[in-house]
Design a protein around this ligand. Structure first.
Ligand SMILES: [Zn+2]
Length: 138
């Protein structure tokens, strides 16, 4: 009798333990999600503070974070260069007036209507598009 009583008790304890473990696991996942959300807030606040500090102090070469200012400038230059590479591969250019993407070789921006002063021919050679009248000789 004791054996069966003990067996039944053990099984129900085991299933209770399993249920508790499953609930604990779910709680861990939920709490970890809350931690990530709060850490994201902290990271964004740091980013806002850092960007504001950079804007206020980037001209100061003697600033204690001047090394980071240089890193930012170099990275921004690389980003601009990489973006230009992607644009060239996609066959697009950027309107100097409004920043909209325009197809290479287009004379006018479809977004703002501004004149695009230069265009690329199919070989990628830069060609300046001027009016013929400009070269009239008297
Ligand atoms: Zn434009």
């Amino acid at each position: 009798m004791d054996f069966f009583n003990n067996l039944g008790k053990t099984l129900s304890e085991k299933s209770r333990d399993a249920a508790k473990k499953a609930k604990d696991m779910a709680d861990i996942v939920r709490i970890n999600g809350q931690i990530t959300a709060e850490e994201d807030k902290i990271a964004k606040a740091y980013q806002t503070i850092g960007k504001a500090y950079y804007e206020m102090n980037k001209q100061n070469e003697k600033d204690e974070f001047a090394g980071y200012f240089m890193e930012i400038e170099e990275a921004e230059a690389k980003v601009a260069q990489y973006k230009a590479e992607v644009q060239k591969l996609k066959g697009i250019s950027v309107c100097p007036n409004c920043g909209a993407e325009v197809k290479m070789g287009t004379l006018y921006c479809a977004t703002c209507g501004g004149k695009l002063f230069q265009s690329m021919d199919a070989s990628g050679t830069e060609t300046v598009t001027g009016t013929v009248e400009d070269s009239n000789q008297d």
